[in-house]
Write a protein that binds this ligand. Structure first.
Ligand code: SF4
Length: 566
C-alpha cells in the first residue's frame, strides 16, 4: 500500500528544524505498514513514497505517539527494552527499584569508556560533543551545527532526536559533504549480534533526523595486534567491520520494537514477565533482586548448568529444585545441588594425601589492558603483576612469600625469577583452577631461558578446584565452586566481603590505577596493601580449605572403617 493513502495533508505544519519533533495538532489513525514502508527507504529516496519524504514519515509516527503522551526513549532504554520490556518499564517508571551498579559492572563500563576515547584518535580532527546526557537540548544544537560545518571531519558523541528517541553516536565520520559513516565502538573482541540492535536504533534515528548514512560499522578491539612499543598503531589495534546490510535488515523490526515499547510504557502496570535466563543476557538486569525477591530459595533458575535444560524444566511447571523428578537426567553438579546435603567422595582422602611437602599454594593476579602497555603484548593478554605463595612445611608451619610490581615498567622478568626462587624445586603446588598453568606457560614462551624451569613447575601443579568439583559438595556452595563461594561456605571467617578488594576484576582495576594513574603516595600504599591482602586471602584460603577437607575426609574414612568393622 502506498503511504500516500495515509496522508492528511499537514506536512507543511511540520517544524523544519532537522532534529525537531514538534508538529501541529491533528487527528491520525496510524498505519504501521506505511511507516515501515517509508522507513525502508533511504532518506534521499523517500520522495518516491509520495509523502513529502521524511516529513511525512515523521508526521505519521509522531502523531501516533504524541496522542499517547510519549515517554522519550534513548539508545540505552531501547536496548533495555530489547532485553526485557519489563526492565524498560521499570527503568522509566520505577528506577529506584534498580540495584546500584556494582564494582564489576563499573569496571567494564570504565574499560568501555577508555576504549571509546582511544578509538576517537583513529579519526583525527573530530569534534567532541561535550554536553552530557542531562544536557540533551544543548547537545542536539551543537551536533546540528557541526553536521552543517563541512570542515568538521568527524563528530564524537553526536546527539540526535527523532520521534522522541534520543541517541548519542560514538563516532560519525564525514565521508563526503553531507554523507556520513556511523561507527559504534565496542571494547569487545568481535562482532556480536546484540551490537546490531545498538546500531540499528541509531541508524533509524539519525536517518530519521534527516541525515544520510552511507555506512554503519562496528569498531572492536583486534586481539591479533602485537604491540611493538612506542606509539600504538590504531589501525591495527582496532578492526572496523561494515555491518550496513545487517543493520538495514533490522530496520522494520526496530520500528516494531519501538512502537511496542512506547505503547507498553503508557500502561499503568509493567508487563507480566517472569525472570529467567533472559535477565542475564547480555548483562544481569539491575531489577533482578526486585523481580526475584518473592522466589523460593530453591528456585529452579538457581540450579547451575545448562540454561536450556533449566528452561525446559521451568516450562514443565517445575518451580523449585526439589520438584525435579528423579527421572530427569542431571549433571554431577546439578545432582549435588538437588540432593542438597554434604557429600564426601570415598576418594577425597587419597587425592588430598597425594600432595608432597613443602606444599605451596600459588595465586597470580593479572591485568588485561585493552590497549597494550608493554612491548610484545596483545590487547587483553593477561600480564601477571602479583603473586602470593603460602608454603606449608612438613611440621605444619607456614611461610608466606609474595610479589607485587609497583613500578610502571614491565614486571614479568623480575616477577618470574622471584617466583621460581620461592617455589624452589620441591613440593606440590596447589592452585585453584587452570589459570595459573596458563600464566606460567605464557611466561615460559616469553623467556626461553627460563622455559625448562617453568615447565618443571607446571608439572608440580595440583588443582584444588577440580578435586573439590569431583569429590566434595556442601549445600552452602549453592551450586558454585568458585573460591568466593566455597571459602565462606566452609570457613565463614575467611569471607571476601570484609576485604577492600573482593574480586579479581577489582584487583586488576586497582592495580592499573595504582601504577599508572595514582600520584598520591599514601593512596598508592593503601592500594598496595589491599592488593596484597586480596591475593594473600586466596592462597591462605587454599591452605585452610585443604586442611578442613583433609579433616572431613579423614573423619569420613574412619567413620566408614568403624562401620565396616562392626
Ligand atoms: S529481572 Fe528479568 S524479568 Fe525482571 S525486569 Fe529484569 S530482565 Fe525483566
Amino acid at each position: 500500500m502506498s503511504a500516500r493513502g495515509h496522508r492528511l495533508g499537514q506536512e507543511e505544519q511540520f517544524c523544519r528544524h532537522p532534529q525537531s519533533n514538534r508538529l501541529a495538532h491533528g487527528s491520525f489513525i496510524p498505519h504501521w505498514a506505511a511507516i515501515e514502508h517509508m522507513a525502508a527507504f533511504p532518506v534521499e529516496d523517500r520522495s518516491s513514497c509520495g509523502t513529502g519524504g521524511l516529513a511525512g514519515l515523521s508526521f505519521y509516527v509522531t502523531m501516533h505517539f504524541s496522542t499517547l503522551h510519549p515517554v522519550r526513549l534513548s539508545k540505552t532504554r531501547f536496548l533495555a527494552g530489547v532485553q526485557c520490556l519489563k526492565r524498560l518499564y521499570l527503568e522509566v517508571h520505577a528506577p529506584e527499584l534498580a540495584a546500584a551498579v556494582d564494582a564489576e559492572r563499573q569496571i567494564m563500563l570504565d574499560m568501555g569508556k577508555e576504549v571509546g576515547e582511544k578509538a576517537r584518535e583513529r579519526f583525527p580532527g573530530g569534534q567532541l560533543i561535550k554536553e552530557s546526557h542531562r544536557q540533551t537540548e544543548a547537545a542536539l544544537h551543537r551536533t546540528a551545527d557541526l553536521m552543517r560545518d563541512v570542515s568538521v571531519p568527524a563528530i564524537y558523541e553526536g546527539a540526535f532526536l527523532w520521534q522522541h528517541i534520543v541517541v548519542r553516536a560514538d563516532i560519525l565520520e564525514r565521508v563526503d559533504g553531507d554523507r556520513w559513516r556511523l561507527i559504534e565502538v565496542k571494547a569487545a573482541t568481535k562482532v556480536k549480534n546484540g551490537y546490531l540492535d545498538d546500531l540499528a536504533i541509531q541508524e533509524l534515528v539519525i536517518r530519521g533526523a534527516g541525515y544520510v548514512l552511507e555506512q554503519c560499522c562496528l569498531m572492536h578491539v583486534n586481539t591479533e595486534y602485537v604491540y611493538q612499543g612506542g606509539e600504538v598503531d590504531l589501525s591495527q589495534l582496532f578492526t572496523i567491520v561494515d555491518v550496513t546490510a545487517a543493520v538495514r535488515q533490522r530496520r522494520s523490526q526496530v520500528i516494531r520494537q519501538v512502537r511496542l515499547m512506547k505503547t507498553m510504557l503508557q500502561r499503568p502496570e509493567p508487563p507480566a514477565i517472569e525472570p529467567d535466563d533472559h535477565c542475564h543476557t547480555p548483562y544481569t538486569c539491575p531489577f533482578w533482586d526486585h523481580c526475584t525477591s518473592g522466589k523460593p530459595a530453591r528456585w529452579i533458575h538457581r540450579l547451575p548448568g545448562s540454561r536450556q535444560s533449566i528452561r525446559q524444566l521451568a516450562a514443565r511447571g517445575i518451580e523449585t529444585i526439589d520438584e525435579i523428578p528423579v527421572t530427569v537426567p542431571l549433571s554431577l553438579a546439578q545432582r549435588r545441588v538437588k540432593d542438597n546435603v554434604e557429600w564426601i567422595s570415598p576418594d577425597l582422602l587419597t587425592h588430598l594425601q597425594a600432595l608432597e611437602h613443602p606444599i605451596h599454594h600459588l595465586d597470580f593476579e593479572t591485568m588485561m589492558p585493552a590497549v597494550p602497555i608493554y612491548a610484545n603484548t596483545r590487547p587483553y593478554r593477561p600480564i601477571p603483576v602479583q603473586w602470593s605463595n603460602h608454603i606449608e612445611m612438613e611440621d605444619g608451619s607456614i611461610r608466606h612469600d609474595e610479589y607485587l610490581a609497583e613500578q610502571a615498567s614491565d614486571p614479568r622478568r623480575e616477577l618470574t625469577e622471584a617466583l621460581l626462587r620461592s617455589l624452589g624445586d620441591r613440593g606440590s603446588i596447589c592452585v585453584y583452577s587452570e589459570y595459573e598453568r596458563h600464566v606460567l606457560l605464557s611466561l615460559g614462551e616469553l623467556f626461553p631461558d627460563l622455559r625448562g624451569a617453568i615447565q618443571r613447575v607446571v608439572q608440580r601443579l595440583w588443582d584444588l578446584l577440580s578435586v573439590i568439583q569431583q569429590h566434595y559438595y556442601h549445600p552452602a556452595f549453592n551450586g558454585s565452586f568458585s573460591m568466593k563461594s566455597v571459602l565462606p561456605a566452609l570457613i565463614p571467617d575467611l569471607s571476601y566481603s570484609r576485604l577492600v578488594i573482593g574480586h579479581g576484576a577489582l584487583a586488576s582495576a586497582t592495580y592499573k590505577k595504582m601504577v599508572f594513574e595514582e600520584t598520591d603516595l599514601v593512596e598508592r600504599l593503601r592500594m598496595a596493601t589491599a592488593l596484597r591482602e586480596y591475593c594473600g586471602r586466596d592462597t591462605w584460603g587454599m591452605v585452610e580449605l585443604r586442611r578442613i577437607l583433609l579433616a572431613k575426609a579423614m573423619h569420613a574414612y574412619s567413620t566408614q572403617a568403624r562401620g565396616s568393622d562392626s
